[in-house]
Design a protein around this ligand. Structure first.
Ligand code: SAH
Length: 483
């Protein structure tokens, strides 16, 4: 049967894709429907028809899925952020577990019996909202020219006014309103990307989950703000309760780009960073540094990574893609030496200072690409007639996964264990296949939900060198964090 654009069809949603889209079939023809959930019976309108499938828009829910709930955020459908807020949390977790399992089987080509053996249950959150410690809000105007801030409507750059995103801390609302009040008072304009005019582009907020310290950074098309001392006064009045303003920054971004932060950051008031803790280690976090956005779940994630690393105090460890040294420093207490590698110079500066502040002396940090630093180290050691000693390599790459040069070097160096921390299970599966074809086997896989309401899932995986004496993994989290 030939389906046409704008045609309306009724379909039962039988599956969900990796991006949370509902998938249903009508006479063998597949429909992908954003916002439709598995179990829904829906009426959809065809938007983009192809030969065997089509993208369709949800028009009406005829019979809701038993897992559908009333989403607490009014904007969940317009916003690109929370793709699966209408799904009950228990089902979100099942969906994420399945996503990881499917990627390992389909992309990684691992046997499902193996995956069933090695996969441990996903670690869920106790509270699915208000978990983010960082938020970036674009600033613009509404159709009447009023200053607004909020979020971009999914896949667009039009701003929907909302100062209270439910994934962020509730203090963000006070902060955003204080900034808008200050801007209105001094006629400071919002940046307009169409003609690169106007001043304030974004408001970036970071909070210390344990310390309550707050950073506010205004990203500006230019290098100054008028009457900035009054901005500080407004912010100080707005920030209260357990929160404590520590840093007000101006970041200069005059480029015609989608990248939020520019290169130059100036302190308007207070410090250039805030401090927070992971376990008992303090971290100084600057505006530019990567820092895990969900503090509670990060501690659980790292606990698993440390367990998987099997540290006894004697190991030489490499932590690749180390950011500001969070995993490096958490592992250093239980290892002989940990080397950290990271591409962002400012993050390496932070990592070194974090080691010093915590009086941790058995770490070394290198600035550079993991796929260059590790191979260089390996080649130099070999040239000097030494076989480089390494017990554990930890990788925590961005979504695109590890460069093949790096995976090659890992397989040449033959560490006893590789701990792979991944934010994209598709590239994880690809990279695991590469390593498993070169002398490694998967021992454990454990998804951790760092991003409730979204389709994203973090995964920790332990690989062991084949034919290595059995290493005992004692995952202490099992009982504690059942969902
Ligand atoms: N392990 C850290 C950071 C993980 S995020 C933590 O848990 O907080 C991934 C990090 O990899 C980012 O800090 C990013 O700047 C860095 N990165 C990206 N590409 C890289 C590369 N090719 N080599 C080294 N680091 C890289």
């Amino acid at each position: 049967m030939n389906y046409q654009k704008n045609q309306t069809i009724t379909v039962k949603i039988e599956d969900m894709g990796a991006e949370g889209e509902g998938i249903g079939k009508v006479e063998g023809y597949t429909l992908f429907v954003k916002d439709a959930l598995i179990g829904d019976l829906v009426e959809v309108k065809i938007v983009k028809p192809k030969k065997s499938y089509a993208f369709a828009k949800l028009e009406r829910i005829i019979e809701p899925s038993k897992d559908r709930i009333e989403p607490p955020c009014l904007y969940h459908r317009q916003c690109g952020g929370c793709q699966i807020q209408a799904l009950s949390y228990a089902t979100q977790l099942k969906f994420k577990e399945e996503k990881v399992r499917n990627h390992l089987i389909r992309i990684g080509r691992f046997e499902d019996t193996l995956i069933n053996q090695v996969m441990e249950p996903i670690i869920g959150m106790s509270e699915g909202f208000r978990y983010r410690n960082k938020a970036q809000f674009p600033v613009g105007v509404d159709k009447d020219g009023n200053l607004i801030t909020g979020f971009y409507a999914g896949r667009t750059h039009s701003i929907i006014s909302n100062t209270d995103c439910m994934l962020g801390a509730s203090i963000n609302k006070n902060i955003l309103e204080a900034v808008l009040t200050y801007m209105k008072k001094y006629n400071i304009t919002a940046y307009d990307e169409k003609n690169s005019s106007g001043v304030v582009r974004h408001i970036l907020i970071r909070e210390g989950f344990h310390t309550g310290e707050v950073m506010v950074c205004l990203v500006v098309n230019g290098d100054r703000l008028p009457e900035s001392s009054d901005l500080i006064t407004h912010l100080q009045q707005a920030i209260k309760g357990k929160w404590n303003l520590k840093s007000v920054l101006l970041n200069c971004n005059t480029e015609d780009t989608n990248v939020i932060l520019g290169k130059k950051t100036e302190v308007l008031w207070g410090q250039s960073y805030i401090t927070d803790y992971i376990k008992d280690i303090s971290f100084q976090i600057s505006a530019q540094s990567f820092y895990q956005v969900n503090s509670m779940q990060t501690e659980k994630l790292y606990t698993i990574a440390i367990d998987y690393a099997g540290l006894t105090g004697k190991e030489i460890v490499w932590d690749l893609y180390c950011g500001i040294g969070t995993i490096t420093l958490c592992m250093a207490k239980q290892a002989a030496h940990v080397f950290g590698v990271e591409i962002v110079p400012k993050a390496i500066e932070d990592a070194k200072r974090n080691a010093q502040n915590n009086k941790i002396t058995n770490t070394t940090f290198y600035e550079g690409k993991a796929e260059e630093v590790l191979p260089d180290f390996y080649e130099k050691e070999r040239a000097a007639g030494r076989d480089p000693e390494v017990d554990v390599i930890v990788v925590d790459p961005p979504r695109k996964g590890c460069d093949v040069t790096l995976l090659d070097t890992i397989s040449k160096m033959q560490p006893k264990r590789v701990v792979y921390v991944s934010c994209d299970s598709a590239t994880l599966a690809r990279d695991l296949r590469y390593l498993c074809d070169r002398g490694y086997e998967i021992k454990k896989v454990r998804p951790v939900d760092q991003f409730a309401q979204t389709v994203h899932v973090e995964t920790v995986c332990l690989l062991s060198k084949l034919h290595e004496a059995k290493h005992h993994v004692n995952v202490t989290l099992d009982k504690e964090y059942k969902y």
